[in-house]
Structures are given as structure tokens and as C-alpha cells.
Design a binder for this molecule. Structure first.
Ligand SMILES: Cc1ncc(COP(=O)(O)O)c(C=O)c1O
Length: 396
């Protein structure tokens, strides 16, 4: 309870079970602290859950994206298509390769990449596209795959939020050349920091594995289990150190034992919100297209969808911010769903971009609002959010 006797509901709360917390003691006691048996176990469980042929644990989704691009040979002179509404690292990793991120607009219904807008920015320098499965909903992968096939583009899925996101039963991260997941604490499975690359192609997976570990042809675990553990491995790439620790691997692996239950609980909470807000025409709750399954990394809504246009967006934005302030004072944390990267100073200044260049990304940036949703949320907490949201907003 807050001082005023109200509930305090965070935007997200990490809810680890006792055995999950205790799981980190294994590596701490055994002394095998860096990428080893527990990371391998986590990777195996991740592959089993997602249906990916290969899973490669790394230090973050950002490093998963970066290693994917490097492994696919993206470099200076190349262009990579990135939706304008996403977390900044989707674009930053392209910069880190010396390539150019080329933004395109999103579909405001789903907040995900608009494949037609993507098609319009393809040039003869375009080498890859990064569809983002925002907030637990897959991007339109049929459309992205068709575009990629037409132009011979590599597809790197940004599935940072994509745990539990499926199309026709097929999990995020299994559509493109690679899929990249995040285990930051705002994600449903967390290892503090952490990430995973999923991949179908054996040779590409081997390259990502090497690149995460200084370019070594053999992991420490393989070397230690092998016949001659005293000899060092050869290094065939100038790789990176993006290894996950076994402490994190143990934590991730333990949570995977209730992966299905975590998704089911988040979906149940989301369905309850959907029903409670169904009659509010000023708040558009998350849209799930036919055949898609939403993993609800978060619960992103659009504030006053009926009122948004280029002329009104500043006013709707002011009213949303005022409403967010009211909710915060009532003890309820909210956030804009994410940010429009082309509006952030680095990208706006570097590429001379204006907010209205990608209107839907601008609208999503200024008018979206994520309500608290996390597994472990109590009924009292959810009831309190429902009751407070239903009181409505004040005009700006
Ligand atoms: C869409 C998207 N991409 C990439 C990332 C980066 O993930 P990480 O913090 O694990 O590097 C995030 C993090 O929130 C994200 O939401």
C-alpha cells in the first residue's frame, strides 16, 4: 500500500520462485561460473520450447542482434531496414556494423513493421531487414519473408519481447535467418541481463557461437570435456566476448520449467484487461490478428485512437501525459509502449529525420501507453488498475 492507502502497482515485477532463486547457488558452489553446463541446459530448453534448431545464449538481445548481423556479413556500405518504432538497439547494432539503418513506418494496429512501407525503402544496397515482434506479438512474417525473398535480404528477427509469440503455432525466432531474444527483467523470462540467438542453419549457428566466444572453434566446456583439455582452441574469427555466465544460465533454465504456465498467466491477465476495457472507445487495447498468439511481454494500448492525426497528435500527447501523471499519483506505473527511434537525437541529427517522416511511429511514440502486466500480478492489483483506468482521463 502507498502512504495514501492506495495500492502501488509497478509496470513490471520480477517474480522468481524459490527454486529459481536457489538455482544460482549451483554454479556458485561448483565454481563453473561462465558459459558451461547450465548455459547449455538453458539453450536446450529454449530450443525445445521455441522449436528452434539451435539456441545460442549471449549477454543481451543487443549482442544477439549484433552477432547475427556480423555473422551474416553485414558491414560498411550495406543498408538494413529497421521499423521506426522499436527500442533503440535494433538500429544501434546496424551502426555498430558500420552499416546504415534505414527506417520504415509501422502498422498502428499492431505497432509492428509495415511490410509495404519496408518494400518502399529497399535499394540495391539493402542487405537485411529486422522485423521486430513488439510486446509479444509477431510481426507479419509472411509479408516480411516475401519481401526478403524478392530482394534476397537476410532476415534477423528482433524477438526481444517475442517469448510466447506465435503465428499458426510457430514460435517467434524460427522464421528468419536468426531470432534474437532478451532476458532483461522487463521480459517474461529473465537472467538480469541476457539474450539468445535462435537459428535453423547449422553453419550460421556455428559462426554465431564462435563470434560470441572470441572466434574460438571450441567452447571451454567442449575443451574441458574433451581428451586434451590442456590445449587451447584455435580462433578463426576476430570475435567478441558475449558469453552468458552459468549463474544466469541456471536462472534461465530453472524458469523454463514453467515457461508454458508463465505465458498462460500473462494471457489470462491480458484477457481480463481486454474485457474490462472493451467498452472504452478512447483506449485501444492490444490487437491480436487471426492465427497469432500474443505472449504479452507488456500490455500496450493506444490512447484516444479515434482522435489521432498529424494536426492533433500534440494535444493527444499532452492529454496522455497528464493521464500518465494521474495514474502515477494513484500508484499505478505506466510507460509509453516504447520509443520512435527516428525521433531520438542521434538518429534525427545523423540522418536529418523529422517526426512526421514516419507518422504511425510518431503516433505510437506520443499516444501509446503500457499498463502494468506481469505474471505474479495479484487480482487486487489488477482490479485496482481496472477501476482507476475506468475513471478516465482529463482533457489537456
Ligand atoms: C525491441 C527490443 N529490441 C532490443 C532490445 C534490447 O534488449 P537487451 O536489453 O536485452 O539488449 C529491447 C529491450 O527492451 C527491445 O525491446
Amino acid at each position: 500500500m502507498s502512504e495514501a492507502g492506495k495500492l502501488n502497482v509497478p509496470i513490471a515485477r520480477t517474480a522468481l520462485e524459490k527454486n529459481e532463486i536457489e538455482s544460482v547457488l549451483g554454479p556458485l558452489s561448483s565454481g563453473w561460473l561462465v558459459q558451461g553446463p547450465k548455459v547449455r541446459e538453458f539453450e536446450e530448453k529454449w530450443s525445445a520450447f521455441t522449436g528452434a534448431a539451435h539456441s545460442i545464449a549471449v549477454t543481451s538481445c543487443t549482442s544477439a542482434l549484433h552477432l547475427s548481423l556480423v555473422a551474416l556479413g553485414i558491414g560498411p556500405g550495406d543498408e538494413v531496414i529497421v521499423p521506426a518504432f522499436t527500442w533503440i538497439s535494433t538500429a544501434n547494432v546496424v551502426e555498430h556494423c558500420g552499416a546504415k539503418p534505414v527506417f520504415c513506418d509501422i502498422d498502428l494496429e499492431t505497432f509492428n513493421i509495415d511490410a509495404k512501407a519496408a518494400a518502399a525503402v529497399v535499394t540495391d544496397r539493402t542487405k537485411a531487414i529486422i522485423p521486430v515482434h513488439l510486446f509479444g506479438l509477431c510481426a507479419d512474417m509472411d509479408a516480411v519473408a516475401a519481401l526478403a525473398k524478392t530482394h534476397g535480404l537476410a532476415v534477423v528477427e528482433d524477438a526481444a519481447c517475442g517469448f510466447g509469440a506465435r503465428i499458426g503455432g510457430r514460435h517467434a525466432g524460427t522464421f528468419g535467418d536468426t531470432g534474437c531474444f532478451s532476458f532483461h527483467p522487463r521480459k517474461a523470462i529473465t537472467t538480469g541481463e541476457g539474450g539468445m540467438v535462435t537459428c535453423a542453419d547449422e553453419a550460421l549457428a556455428a559462426r554465431v557461437r564462435r563470434l560470441r566466444d572470441h572466434g574460438a572453434v571450441m567452447t571451454d566446456l567442449q575443451r574441458h570435456l574433451g581428451a586434451r583439455p590442456y590445449l587451447l582452441a584455435d580462433h578463426v574469427d576476430a570475435g567478441f566476448n558475449q558469453r552468458m555466465t552459468d549463474i544466469q544460465g541456471a536462472l534461465g533454465s530453472a524458469q523454463m520449467d514453467r515457461a508454458g504456465a508463465i505465458i498462460a498467466e500473462r494471457q489470462r491477465l491480458a484477457a481480463r484487461f481486454d474485457e474490462a476495457f472493451a467498452d472504452l472507445d478512447w483506449l485501444r487495447t492490444p490487437v491480436t490478428p487471426e492465427g497469432y498468439e500474443h505472449g504479452y511481454q507488456s500490455y500496450p494500448c493506444l490512447f484516444r485512437p479515434e482522435a489521432i492525426s498529424l494536426e492533433t497528435v500534440a494535444r493527444v500527447n499532452a492529454a496522455r501525459n497528464l493521464w500518465m501523471d494521474t495514474l502515477q499519483k494513484a500508484g499505478i506505473s505506466t510507460r509509453p509502449a516504447t520509443h520512435a527511434v527516428h525521433m531520438l537525437s542521434f538518429y534525427a541529427d545523423t540522418y536529418g529525420l523529422k517526426p512526421q517522416d514516419f507518422p504511425n511511429a510518431l503516433f505510437a511514440n506520443d499516444c501509446s501507453i503500457s499498463l502494468p502486466l506481469f505474471h505474479g500480478m495479484s487480482e487486487a492489483e489488477q482490479d485496482y488498475v481496472i477501476e482507476t483506468v475506468r475513471k478516465g482521463y482529463a482533457p489537456a
